[in-house]
Design a protein around this ligand. Sequence first.
Ligand code: ATP
Length: 366
Amino acid sequence: MAKTIIEFQDIVKEYGDTKVLKGINFEIEQGKFYTLLGPSGCGKTTILRIIAGFTDATRGNVMFDGKKINNVPANKRKVNTVFQDYALFPHLNVFDNVAFPLNLRKVPKKEIRTKVLDALRMVQLSGFEEREISEISGGQQQRVAIARALVNEPDVLLLDEPLSALDMKLRKEMQYELRALQQRLGITFIFVTHDQEEALAMSDEIFVMNAGQILQTGSPVDIYDEPINHFVADFIGESNIVRGHMVADYRVAFAGKEFDCVDAGMRQNEPVEVVIRPEDLDITTVEKGALTITVDTQLFRGVFFEITGHDDTGNMWRIQSIHSTEVGAKVGAYFDPEDIHVMRFNESEEDFDARLETYEGEDSDR
Ligand SMILES: Nc1ncnc2c1ncn2[C@@H]1O[C@H](COP(=O)(O)OP(=O)(O)OP(=O)(O)O)[C@@H](O)[C@H]1O
């Protein structure tokens, strides 16, 4: 296992009566790409600011490389931040922007030149040294900001929504670039976004946040396939979420019927929520379907038809199918038992992980 570089121990942040972080615990391992993902105002930037030393936590400890750093000033921490608006100096050229932190530290001129040229090479901007900031594109400005953050050779790079000012095409390109850069340098990246697609595409580990809390931690695949609750299932990707109850281990009821599933460890008759992703549902004839759906809308999305409809008990369903149908038609919907994901109400992440571990093992032996 890689070394833990940053640890948050029960971090609380209050502004007056408002608690914006409600007891945050996590460990960040060296050399991985982490993403803090959550809606606006959930506390992502506040976490970055506490790591950087721009804001103090009200309670709790921030550990860096095993040592408490609560009282270490920002300029003494081995972290650097890339801000959303890049915060470049418009009156300085590319070279001088990147050199700025080194000039501040009174690094010798010759060393500055080597380090700046190295940093610009890392972000593929060699030859742009003399350009003014106004003479380069948004994506290039972004890379200058990253070069400036890298020039101090931080152990951890904090990136606060660094792609949000870019248009969609450039944003996608920069996602590849940032990911490749992180893997090449082996520096720990902590990236903030409210864009779930971006988080899924780029991260080794995602912390899904809401209202000052981390709801779930895991790899993109884990979080997508096994969301802990309604919020996470809804926030990450598209979901059908319907209510039901557990009949027994590996047997769940919803939409007035019973189905085999791969989830277990709940009480008999316990009310649950069931998630099935639209891409895991397909349409067939009513006779062959597991559920009968009346089609409400159909949109052609290029690679698939996006069909919405309702079942006999009033649940709404979204289906992505390569087959087309007609509005008003009755179709059968089908899915595999492993595509049903059952969620308990108010299960803690610890209990959720323990249950998954126990029953996933059993399930594969069945
Ligand atoms: N200096 C401050 N004084 C009072 N409240 C603050 C201060 N800074 C942040 N907040 C509040 O703390 C909460 C969390 O803010 P934060 O910027 O961490 O959220 P965020 O998840 O990064 O949001 P966004 O994606 O919009 O940047 C918000 O409700 C915000 O209004």
